[in-house]
Design a protein around this ligand. Structure first.
Ligand SMILES: C=C(O[C@@H]1C=C(C(=O)O)C=C[C@H]1O)C(=O)O
Length: 378
């Protein structure tokens, strides 16, 4: 949308993506198109202020009435939202971007917690489940990477876009007093979108590592779809999201069985829920957050377990990333398969859903697979 409100689709979304520069704005794209922002008209750290700010800007017409950015996992922490000075909307990227050669950059890396400690965390969650406190909890770990020079954030965004053309690819400018700081990632999970009143949520839960051989890979997907443990883990998320949407949507359609989606590294169980709502996308997204895809069941016990068991701060990981406009339309994805990148450091994050029957070593391996998308793009 231009400042006068007309829709301007970039002829070449790949050229637009190549135009992104760290510290100058944000990129966000998905299967329905993307956007590039330039400059900041106004920063917001309180999402409650979004409707008021957007309606004032829509009335004044001195900037695009759109907010773009990220909300952290912990909703009491400041958000990183901005009304940009300029915004250009793009058609879907499709397969417009080709992966480049490896960067050859060497990173020193440190896992927090250490892998063995992550397995102990999973064992602790399983103990809480046996004690009847919890049905599901998502536990995460981080990988702190450091290289000699600055991380090439533009290359990272391009590689993510090349590897996951049908997912959501983002580079969100985060407030920084030093080097440009960006939340860069490629998430497969749509938390909530609303366009012309049509609401879509696409919770994912239940994962399996993909294989190189096409027949073996298809068999892994089929086994995931048939797995009782993964179907249960998935149903906990769908039931929670559907219950929350039922209160705020009309004509809710909730498929009874999940389907399969794939990223470059993983298969996931996926359910697309549709409905209609007059409420702004960001309000609905915040009401859903944290879904049991990143938190757990029951919600309060899972939140407590995460705070007590995880040694690190999740920051924006498992929060949400996206945009909203003055009409209340918007698109918010779960901040997954991402890293907080600044100067010569990148903090990557990955988690896995723990339910009774989870095996600590397998959950650790799943987090390693989830880190691969980012690692392969660095
Ligand atoms: C927590 C992550 O992913 C989430 C957890 C999943 C699972 O446990 O199967 C699947 C998709 C996401 O909802 C992550 O990528 O870090």
């Amino acid at each position: 949308m231009t400042t006068d409100g007309t829709l301007e689709l970039a002829l070449d979304p790949a050229a637009l993506l190549h135009g992104w520069r760290p510290g100058t704005g944000s990129w966000f794209s998905g299967p329905r198109g993307g956007l590039l922002t330039r400059g900041v008209h106004q920063r917001l750290d309180d999402p409650d202020e979004v409707p008021g700010v957007l309606s004032r800007i829509a009335a004044d017409g001195d900037a695009p009435a759109v907010v773009v950015g990220a909300l952290p996992f912990d909703p009491t922490r400041p958000a990183a939202l901005a009304v940009p000075r300029e915004i250009t909307w793009a058609a879907p990227l499709g397969h417009a971007i080709m992966p480049g050669p490896g960067s050859g950059v060497e990173f020193a890396s440190r896992s927090v917690p250490e892998p063995a400690a992550y397995e102990a965390m999973v064992a602790e969650a399983l103990r809480r489940m046996e004690a009847g406190e919890l049905e599901k909890v998502v536990l995460s770990r981080t990988l702190e990477l450091r290289c000699d020079g600055p991380v090439d954030q533009r290359r990272l965004l391009r590689e993510l876009a090349a590897r996951g053309p049908s997912g959501y690819v983002f580079a969100v400018d985060l407030p920084s007093t030093g080097a440009p700081r960006t939340l860069v990632g490629a998430s497969p999970e749509l938390l909530l979108s609303r366009r012309d009143g049509e609401v879509v949520a696409n919770p994912l839960a239940g994962s399996a590592r993909r294989l190189l051989d096409p027949d073996e890979d298809a068999a892994v997907g089929a086994a995931l779809l048939a797995s009782a443990k993964d179907r249960h883990e998935h149903a906990l998320v769908v039931d929670d999201v559907a219950a929350a949407l039922r209160g705020v949507c009309d004509d809710l359609e909730v498929p009874g069985t999940p389907s399969l989606i794939r990223t470059d590294a993983l298969w996931h169980l996926s359910t697309t829920i549709r409905g209609r709502s007059e409420l702004p996308a960001l309000d609905i997204a915040r009401a859903l957050h944290p879904t049991p895809a990143v938190g757990g069941v029951p919600r309060a016990a899972a939140k407590r377990a995460i705070a007590e068991i995880e040694p690190h701060d999740r920051g924006f990981y498992t929060g949400m990333v996206g945009w909203s406009d003055a009409s209340g339309d918007g698109e918010w994805v779960v901040a997954l398969r991402c890293g907080d990148v600044s100067g010569s450091t990148a903090h990557l994050y990955a988690g896995a859903g723990i339910v009774p029957g989870s095996v600590p070593a397998s959950e650790l391996a799943e987090t390693a697979t989830k880190l691969e998308t980012m690692l392969a793009s660095l």
